[in-house]
Design a protein around this ligand. Structure first.
Ligand code: AKG
Length: 254
């Protein structure tokens, strides 16, 4: 089966060795730099989780305006081109995030991404492994062939109801650093926590059909507002996303 057939049948497709060794090493270095940017709520969006006594970075979003190398990788060349050829039309970047998953870092409950991606109908995500991802350090698990079923049994967190999730057929997707996995935002997936002593970093790049417009700024303006509102009301659910899929612990206030 070729890539397009696999994508259409399963709702996701892997590209082993998608980045060259040099590109992978550059990416590792960039992500290391980004992880140490000081918090600046006017610029990038860092999110933290409490792991033992330390609040560790769980995720960074809204990055490309502050990093030329990453902007080039995400907006030109093979990443958007491959996303466009799978979607069947040109695409534009909708959002970008790094998930750090430190040792002991939380997993993600079974969900589809689509409920978190307002404003657009057609989207596709490319995940790129920065470190090798395994079942032990919290790689993704996908349920194949459900991406055309719409939203599946959502609970009040915007995730797939636990009993429904248990009934699905899950496939682990281990990846080597530099591999890419493209997946539909309707493809159900989850990931366990990291049970190893090394972090498992992954880049997630979501694109929408260019025909629907360039909506990244609107998406992030809405998300920043929603986070600010949640902070005022003390809503603990919405910590990294507008859906409550993240199982990490909220950082303790110092
Ligand atoms: O990085 C992971 O382990 C899962 C990420 C995920 O599903 C998400 O961020 O929506």
């Amino acid at each position: 089966m070729d890539h397009l057939e696999t994508w259409e049948q399963k709702g996701y497709v892997q590209f082993p060795g998608f980045l060259s060794e040099t590109e992978t090493n550059d990416l590792k270095e960039w992500v290391e730099q980004i992880s140490s940017w000081p918090p600046d709520p006017e610029k990038w969006m860092h999110h933290f989780e409490q792991i033992g006594p330390i609040a560790r970075p769980a995720r960074t979003e809204y990055i490309i305006d502050f990093h030329d190398g990453l902007r080039r990788l995400l907006t030109t060349g093979k990443v958007p081109e491959t996303a466009g050829s799978l979607l069947g039309q040109p695409v534009v970047l909708y959002k970008e995030k790094i998930n750090y998953k430190y040792p002991g870092g939380g997993g993600y409950a079974a969900h589809q991404d689509a409920p978190a991606y307002e404003f657009v109908k057609l989207h596709i995500t490319c995940s790129i492994a920065i470190h090798d991802a395994t079942p032990e350090n919290g790689c993704l698990y996908f349920a194949p062939e459900l991406h055309r079923e719409g939203l599946i049994h959502l609970n009040d967190q915007g995730c797939i109801e636990e009993s429904k999730a248990k009934s699905l057929n899950w496939e682990p997707i281990p990846m080597k650093a530099g591999d890419a996995l493209f997946f539909s935002s309707y493809a159900p997936h989850y990931s366990p926590s990291n049970q190893t002593d090394q972090s498992r970093r992954t880049l997630y790049l979501t694109y929408n059909a260019l025909a629907e417009g360039d909506l990244r700024e609107s998406y992030y303006a809405d998300k920043r507002q929603a986070f600010a509102d949640a902070e005022k009301t003390g809503d603990q659910r919405m910590r990294v996303s507008k859906i409550g899929h993240f199982n990490g612990k909220p950082p303790e206030q110092s």
